[in-house]
Design a protein around this ligand. Structure first.
Ligand code: SAH
Length: 257
């Protein structure tokens, strides 16, 4: 296998607010000679790149189709073999959805040295921004991060079964990539959870344009449609959101102050 002094670092860019980057992420971004950047990475994060670094946007900006995964991987492998310090910037944490795992495997197969830097995943940032503790022990024994969007050919989640488990085990649900399929998700979840279960949708968490709404599960899809909430957004379902109105008002006040 070929080996070179170049390397690839898969870096979690966090949910958007550059102040939520880790120090390791900032250091890797500063030292990168080539950066491959996903859609959900904010410009404030890219401000840390060195002036001469090559920045390649590989997301679906401007309504274009996203760059094929195989192309992104080939680009990283070639650059690393040429001795470049490649940073692959991915929204949130590189290994929470978003295909970081596949990239890692393919880079390793190609003999490329790979490092990983964690990021704050969107679900964590979204829920904290409401002033809600994800696993308050009065309400939850744990939390499930789940995708609303399975890969083609995969049936995806059995929402009814998940809801039943969540109710029995008292788990908070944090659903990524769920807004476009919110009708199906609501219908399935209602087969295991009461319609009164509190839910929230948080769009653009941690960014100045953040929007959020809380609603009973029974009105989740109608609320998303009414308020025009769209990707990127996280859906949260569970009793930890009880009393959310007061909590979010307090969070808003402390953010404003
Ligand atoms: N690796 C990422 C997730 C990639 S999947 C992470 O750890 O956060 C993309 C999904 O993440 C989006 O569809 C949305 O559900 C969620 N997401 C990413 N950034 C977000 C943000 N700032 N606010 C709300 N949801 C976000």
């Amino acid at each position: 296998m070929m080996h070179s002094r170049g390397k690839v670092t898969l870096v979690g860019a966090g949910p958007g607010d550059p102040e939520l980057l880790t120090l390791k992420a900032v250091k890797a971004i500063q030292q990168a000679t080539v950066l491959l950047v996903d859609d959900l990475v904010s410009d404030g994060v890219l401000a840390y790149a060195a002036p001469g670094a090559r920045i390649v946007h590989v997301g679906k900006r401007g309504g274009c189709r996203s760059t094929p995964q195989s192309f992104i991987e080939r680009l990283m492998i070639t650059a690393a073999h040429e001795g470049e310090q490649v940073v692959r910037l991915k929204g949130g944490d590189p290994f929470v959805f978003g295909r970081g795992g596949e990239e890692l495997e393919h880079l390793r197969e190609a003999g490329v040295e790979v490092h990983v830097v964690n990021g704050i995943t969107a679900g964590l940032a979204a829920v904290s921004s409401l002033g809600v503790p994800l696993t308050h022990r009065d309400h939850a024994h744990g939390v499930v991060f789940v995708t609303g969007h399975a890969k083609p050919g995969d049936e995806g989640i059995d929402w009814a079964a998940l809801a039943t488990t969540a109710r029995q085990a008292r788990l908070t649900l944090v659903i990524y990539m769920g807004v476009s399929g919110v009708d199906t998700i609501q219908q399935g979840l209602l087969r295991g959870l009461p319609a009164s279960t509190p839910a929230a949708v948080i769009q653009h968490a941690s960014l100045p344009q953040q929007r959020q709404v809380t609603t009973p599960l029974g009105q989740l899809a109608a609320t998303v449609a009414r308020d025009g909430l769209a990707s990127p957004a996280v859906i949260v379902v569970g009793d930890v959101l009880t009393g959310i109105a007061a909590a979010s008002e307090q969070a808003r006040r402390s953010a404003a102050g």
